[in-house]
Ligand binder design. Sequence first.
Ligand SMILES: Cc1ncc(COP(=O)(O)O)c(C=O)c1O
Length: 425
Amino acid sequence: MTVSEVFQNTTKKEVFAQSIQYWNSGKTKEWLDLGIDLVMGKREGYYFWDMDGKKLMDVHLNGGTYSLGHRNPEVISALVEATEHVDIGNHHFPSPLKALLAKTVVEASPAGMKHVIYGSSGGEVADLSIKCARSATGKKRIICVNNCYHGHTGLAVAAGAPRYCQLFHAERPDEFIKVPFNDIRAMEAAFAANDDIAAVLLETIPATYGFVMPLDGYLPAVKKLCEKYGALYIADEVQTGLLRSGKMWCIETYGVTPDIIVSSKGFSGGIYPISCVVLNEKASYWMTKDGSAHMATFGGSELGCACALKVFEILAREETKQNVAFVSSYLRKGLEEIKQENAGAFVGIRQNGLIMGLEFAGADGAVTVMQHLYENGVWAIYSQLDPSVLQFKPGVLATKAYCDELLEKLRKGISEARDEILAKA
Ligand SMILES: Cc1ncc(COP(=O)(O)O)c(C=O)c1O
C-alpha cells in the first residue's frame, strides 16, 4: 500500500482504535480525554491538517523540529537529491557529507569549538555529551537542575525530572545531583560538597519546565563555577538552538561559551533524523585515544547530513536572521495587547527571540488555553513540568501575514479561555 492509500483507506476512528490496541494506549487516551482528537494528516509550512481536514497553525513545531516549517521544500529537495547518490552510509568510515557538515557546524559555533559527533536523537547525544565530559575530566558526577529534560535514554533520563525515571527505575541519584534552576548558591554548594563533578548539564532555557528565563548573570556564573572546579559546561540547545534566539546557539545571547553543545530536533530540518554534539578540544580529546569508543549505526547518516547542511544554509541567510528579529518583536507586541485584554488570566510572557512561554493563572491554566486554541485552529502545547505555561514556538521563517492570522486566533482562543481560567485559579 502507498502512503496516500494508507491515509485514504483509514478513518480517524480506526487510527484511534488501532493506536489504543497496538501502539501507546495511555498516550492516545490521554489526548482524547483532554479533547484533543488529533491525527496529523497533510502538513505544509507552519500549518498542518487533522485527518478530518481541520486546519491548525503549528506553534508547537514539535519542540522546534519544524522550525523551518513542515516539509520544507528546500530540505526535501536536498534529501531527494541525496538519495540519488547515497544512503544512510557506514558509520565506521568518513564521508564527504559528514565532514562538510561538521566543518559547517564548527564554523557556525563559538570560537574554540573543534569537532562534531553525530547521533540520531536528542537523548542519544545528551548521553554522549555526558560521556565526553566524564572522559575529559576523569570525573563522574553531573550537576543538573530540577525539572530539566534531556530525553529518555539512559543518562539523559536520569538527569531529568523524576516523572520520567520512576516508572522505569532509571534514577541514578549518586551520579546526578539536582539543584534548582537560577539558584547559583545551590549550584556552588553542590560543587563544594562533591569533589568529582564532571559537568553541569543545562538546557539554556528549560523548555519542558515552561521556558523559565535564566536570571541576569546566572549562566555566566555557572560557567565560572565550572572553570573553578574543573568541570565542563554542557549546553543542551535541542529546543533553543539553531537561530531561535536570534543567535545560532541561545547560550551565545548570555555571553557564555560552553564546552559542549547538544543539538537535535530542528537540526534534522524535520525531514530525516540526525542530531549532534559540538565539542571543544578538551571534550573531544577522547577521540585521539580511541575514536571507536563511541558509535551509532544511524548517527550521522549521510541522508541526515544532507538535510542538516541545507538547514545551516537557510539559517546562514541574512534574510532569515532579520526575519527572526521581526517575528520576535512583532508577536511580542501583539501578545502584550492580548495579555492586557485578559488581565488576571494571561499573566506573563517569557521570551528570548522565538523561544516563548506564555504564563496563565492557576496550576494548569495553559492546559485550558491549549484546548481553546485547538478549537480555534492553533496548536500550542502546555509545558509538561509546569502546566501553567504554554510553550509558544513560532517558526524562524514565519511571515507577517502568518503572525497576523496567529494573533487573531490567539486573541479569540485566549479570551474564550479566560473565564474558565479565572474560575479555576
Ligand atoms: C531540551 C531537550 N533535550 C533533549 C531532548 C531529547 O530529544 P529526543 O526526543 O530526540 O531524544 C528534548 C526533547 O524534547 C529536549 O526538549
